[in-house]
Write a protein that binds this ligand. Structure first.
Ligand SMILES: NC(=O)C1=CN([C@@H]2O[C@H](COP(=O)(O)OP(=O)(O)OC[C@H]3O[C@@H](n4cnc5c(N)ncnc54)[C@H](O)[C@@H]3O)[C@@H](O)[C@H]2O)C=CC1
Ligand SMILES: C[N+](C)(C)CC(=O)CC(=O)[O-]
Length: 489
């Protein structure tokens, strides 16, 4: 189990790793010699926090701590995982490993973020090379699930297995690239597009804007949900892959590509690309572009989750883990007071033209709280799969105060009645500063999902529910209980 990780190199990728690790409750210590490293990392952590607030409906885990250190020795002290994200130069990486090895625990996993250097070369001068792997992530590391795991000749198989399990546990999709090659798999693909793109601009065929539009309005949308081969299988029509290859295979020999011929990176090319890119995107700051990118990635992954497909399945599995972590047994719950059933930061897209949380989202907060309470009493995925659940049959919400985007809220829930098929809940939505924002009173009925009719819950559910109901019956009735709209007509 990894509870403390060191990050060596806190640039674009180190900061992305930092965000993903702390989101998963892992404490991190960082070393980066750059003076502005801390400020730059904080900006990435802020954007990541904003993205995570929208990524999942589940309560997030307690965040890990972040501490900047003055040396590699201090950063790696006690770390079970060391993430190396220093510049893409073999000599720099090897000298960093020499420093790491002086102070790190002998069984700490060392994971390089390199985009293409072979792990055998990285580990060539190490004393204990068996624990070095490549874990090649994709920017933004905190949102994109895939990570290529590559071992070198000296890497222990046990370290690969440990890495595969660890990265899957933090909401990622680790792919073990079993044959070591430069640039692994993804960057072989990305570099070929990048090379070809540079030629298309240099040769004046299109602008950076036109090229990007061709990607984002076209095949880029396909690639978010199917890869090269599944996409082309479909493109072959009923006749499938064999027909596709017969039809389009021959054109691969036509002189359509510059392949390994890389355009010279002279001032003229750099100026041309930079000027066009500035004209295309210069009206947004990098941080704004990151937020636009993050919002789109969140929306795409949520859509894929609804369709139970690809990266959406990874998100669903991660969300289930978060829900399970939140669904404590009733033995751990203090039933002498209302139970905290939901906490989250209000996502930006929950707000409306009045610049506050839209009324519908108040119900979402209460519905999520009811779901969490159901899991607490054992009405979890397994119970629902067996055919029992609760349906809400009546709701009364009082909107008492506004709440804005990115503000922290929590729901406290008390059971008014929990007997037989009836579950009467009273939720209070609070701002983290203690302001009562809304109340929600809900009547739920236990149902059989087979007959769709009300019925008593299983005995083990009642055994958890009834003691909570009894304890909450001893509390003073909450203000607003039983309220109707009450306007005279
Ligand atoms: N930027 C990208 O899109 C991706 C980069 N990578 C890989 O991640 C690694 C880091 O790349 P970026 O984060 O993009 O670079 P970056 O330039 O943003 O960050 C590198 C950081 O390392 C720090 N550094 C330099 N020497 C150091 C040392 N001796 N000890 C500790 N820190 C040191 C620098 O101050 C800088 O903050 C590279 O191996 C790169 O190939 C992997 C996936 C994507
Ligand atoms: C440009 N790059 C080679 C460093 C890119 C990557 O390695 C992966 C990514 O995030 O595109």
């Amino acid at each position: 189990m990894i509870s403390h990780a060191a990050i060596i190199g806190g640039g674009v990728i180190g900061a992305g790793w930092a965000a993903r690790l702390i989101e998963n409750g892992i404490d991190i210590t960082i070393f980066d010699p750059a003076k502005d490293a801390e400020a730059k990392m904080q900006a990435v952590l802020d954007n990541a926090d904003r993205a995570y607030a929208r990524l999942t409906m589940a309560a997030r885990l307690r965040k890990g701590s972040v501490r900047f250190t003055g040396s590699i020795a201090e950063a790696v002290d006690g770390a079970q995982l060391i993430v190396e994200s220093v510049p893409e130069r073999l000599d720099i990486k090897q000298s960093v490993y020499a420093e790491i090895e002086k102070s790190a625990s002998k069984d700490a996993l060392i994971a390089s973020s390199t985009s293409g250097i072979m792990p055998t070369d990285l580990q060539a001068k190490m004393e204990t090379p068996g624990r070095l792997i490549v874990a090649h992530p994709f920017n933004p590391v905190y949102l994109l699930p895939v990570v290529e795991i590559v071992g070198g000749r000296a890497t222990d198989a046990a370290m690969i297995a440990r890495a595969m399990e660890f990265y899957a546990g933090i909401g990622m999709k680790p792919i073990h690239v079993k044959k070591e090659i430069e640039a692994f798999v993804a960057d072989r693909l990305l570099e070929s597009i990048w090379r070809e793109s540079l030629w298309l601009i240099k040769d004046g065929i299109c602008t950076t804007q036109e090229l990007d539009d061709i990607v984002r309005y076209g095949f880029g949308l396909r690639y978010a949900q199917m890869g090269v081969f599944e996409t082309y299988r479909v493109a072959g029509g009923e006749a499938g892959m064999r027909h596709f290859m017969a039809q389009f295979g021959p054109c691969l020999t036509w002189p359509w590509t510059h392949l390994m011929d890389v355009p010279e990176f002279n001032d003229e090319l750099v100026d041309l690309i930079t000027e066009q890119s500035d004209a295309q995107s210069g009206h947004h700051s990098i941080r704004e572009l990151e937020r636009i990118r993050d919002d789109n990635l969140v929306a795409i992954q949520q859509a894929l989750k609804v369709n139970d497909w690809g990266a959406g399945q990874v998100l669903a599995a991660y969300e289930k883990k978060l829900f399970d972590a939140g669904a404590k047994s009733t033995g751990d719950i203090d039933v002498s007071r209302p139970i905290r059933t939901m906490e989250r930061t209000i996502p930006v897209d929950w707000t409306d033209y009045n610049n506050h949380m839209n009324e519908a989202r108040y119900l979402q907060c209460f519905a999520d709280a009811s779901d969490a309470f159901m899991r607490m009493i054992g009405v979890d995925a397994a119970y629902i799969a067996e055919g029992g659940s609760y349906f809400t049959v009546e709701t009364h919400i009082r909107h008492l105060a506004e709440v804005k985007a990115n503000e922290p809220v929590e729901v406290k829930t008390r059971v008014i009645e929990g007997k037989g098929k009836k579950l009467h809940l009273f939720h209070e939505l609070f701002h983290r500063d203690g302001t009562l924002l809304a109340t929600g009173e809900h009547m739920l009925l236990h149902v059989s999902l087979k007959s769709r009719a009300a019925c008593d819950p299983a005995a083990e559910i009642l055994a958890k529910l009834e003691p909570i109901a009894a304890a909450h019956a001893a509390l003073a009735a909450p203000e607003g209980l039983g309220r109707a709209v009450g306007q005279k007509r």
